[in-house]
Design a protein around this ligand. Structure first.
Ligand code: MN
Length: 237
């Protein structure tokens, strides 16, 4: 097989204490998985079923990068999240079976063009413009599940220029990691390379050019990103 142009290699995430990298196949994101964040967005958590949106693998960028203020937005937000990476196939799996397919966990930032997301909500349009764009998923190196232990009372925090903006625990998630995997597996043949961003706690907010973000979860490698300070970036017409 020859390609018309060079094919992009898959986006990958480093693995803590491992020379192999984790290749990303898909990125699923859980909507409103912390009640306090749902409230700040003007909604309430619906315990009937979790729901999702997706980011293309191409949106993934490694922690430590300097990224541009996203184009087309005037309200670029951070959302700090626990990232779950799968290691094995699961389809129509039980909650009990779901834990076995977890490869590991990482810190991630679900970067969001909040104004464009709002346009989508207001007009009953898709969220893609608000959520799926270059540098929209900032991912830190993964830690194997066995090295992390059980998901529970670990703190999840986001600092903006050193100031704490988001502060919760993983136990605050409405839907647990195995519940999310089991539910999602009734709609997709999940497998190795599938990554799930599990939702953000309260305290989301806008970033400015020159900002430095650091997201931490106890026991995991932090995720960091800097927003390029480039005043020359022209506004959109
Ligand atoms: Mn999110």
């Amino acid at each position: 097989m020859t390609y018309l142009f060079p094919a992009e290699p898959p986006k990958t995430v480093p693995i803590h204490d491992d020379s192999a990298a984790y290749p990303i196949r898909r990125i699923f994101c859980v909507g409103r998985n912390y009640a306090a964040h749902a409230a700040e967005m003007g909604g309430e958590v619906d315990r009937e079923a979790p729901w999702y949106f997706n980011k293309a693998p191409y949106s993934a960028t490694l922690s430590g990068a300097t990224i541009d203020y996203a184009p087309g937005t005037e309200n670029f937000h951070y959302e700090m999240e626990l990232v779950v990476a799968l290691r094995a196939e699961i389809f129509e799996g039980s909650v009990d079976a779901a834990q076995d397919v977890v490869f590991g966990y990482g810190c991630g930032l679900d970067m969001t063009r909040r104004d464009l997301q709002q346009v989508g909500k207001d007009n009953r349009r898709p969220w893609d413009f608000g959520k799926d764009f270059e540098d929209g998923a900032i991912l830190a190196p993964l830690t194997r599940a066995a090295d992390f232990g059980s998901v529970g009372e670990q703190a999840i925090q986001l600092r903006q220029n050193g100031q704490i903006k988001q502060d919760a625990t993983l136990a605050d998630m409405v839907w647990s990691v195995p519940e999310v995997i089991s539910h999602l597996s009734h709609y997709y043949h999940l497998g190795p390379g599938d990554v799930i961003m599990t939702g953000t706690p309260a305290g989301v907010g806008p970033v400015q050019r020159g900002d430095r973000l650091e997201g931490t979860i106890t026991g995991l490698t932090p995720v960091t990103v800097k927003i390029r300070n480039d005043p020359a970036q022209p506004p959109l017409d």
